[in-house]
Structures are given as C-alpha cells and as structure tokens.
Ligand binder design. Structure first.
Ligand SMILES: [Zn+2]
Length: 111
C-alpha cells in the first residue's frame, strides 16, 4: 500500500501519486488543483513532451480530438471529413481557440 503523497512512474512515463488513499495521475491532479475539474473527454497534454514534467506551465487541457491532432502534427491541423479522408490545413487563429472555461486550447473541427 502506497502512502499519501508517494509517487511512482508507470511504464508510459506518467507519474502517479496517492491522494486521500486514491491513486491519481499527478498531471491531471495538478491541473485540477490550479483550475477546476477536468471537463469530461478532455485530456491533459504535456506541452514539452516530457510526461514527467508536471509543472502547471507545461500542462494544457485539450479535447480528445484536439489532443490527437496535437500529437499528429504540431503546427498543422488535420480535419477529418465524413469520407475518412484527411485534409491538412495550416494552423490559424480561426481554427484554434482559447477556451476561457477550461483555460485550454480548443481546436474547432469544422466544417
Ligand atoms: Zn499529449
């Protein structure tokens, strides 16, 4: 049994810790401590790619879709149409929005 505050790293490089006898992913816990409960279907992304770096400046909430996009192409966005074909568009302010509620970047997946 791991004690409160004790940390361990899983095989994927994510840090877990124990809070009030619950095992939690540390990066999700830290984001929630700084902002609010993570909205359903949102993921906490490590901006610098280091899953062990859980400083709040390195964490960003992204929708599951937006998160996948971030990992596929850092500077470009893929928009998936119903035909299953991908169209690659350059990142613009038009399709990336800052969500005030989640303090994260939201990618508008139009059309
Ligand atoms: Zn990520």
């Amino acid at each position: 049994m791991k004690k409160n505050g004790e940390k361990w790293t899983d095989k994927d490089g994510y840090i877990h810790t124990r809070i009030n006898s619950y095992a939690v992913l540390e990066h999700r816990h830290i984001w929630e401590q700084n902002y609010e409960k993570i909205p359903e279907d949102f993921m906490i992304h490590h901006k610098n790619g280091n899953r062990g770096d859980n400083h709040i400046e390195n964490l960003e909430a992204l929708s599951r879709k937006g998160h996948g996009h971030r990992h596929l192409l850092p500077n470009r966005i893929r928009i998936k149409y119903k035909t299953e074909k991908f169209k690659v568009l350059p990142t613009t302010e038009k399709n990336i929005q800052f969500c005030k509620r989640t303090k994260g970047i939201v990618i508008n997946n139009g059309p």
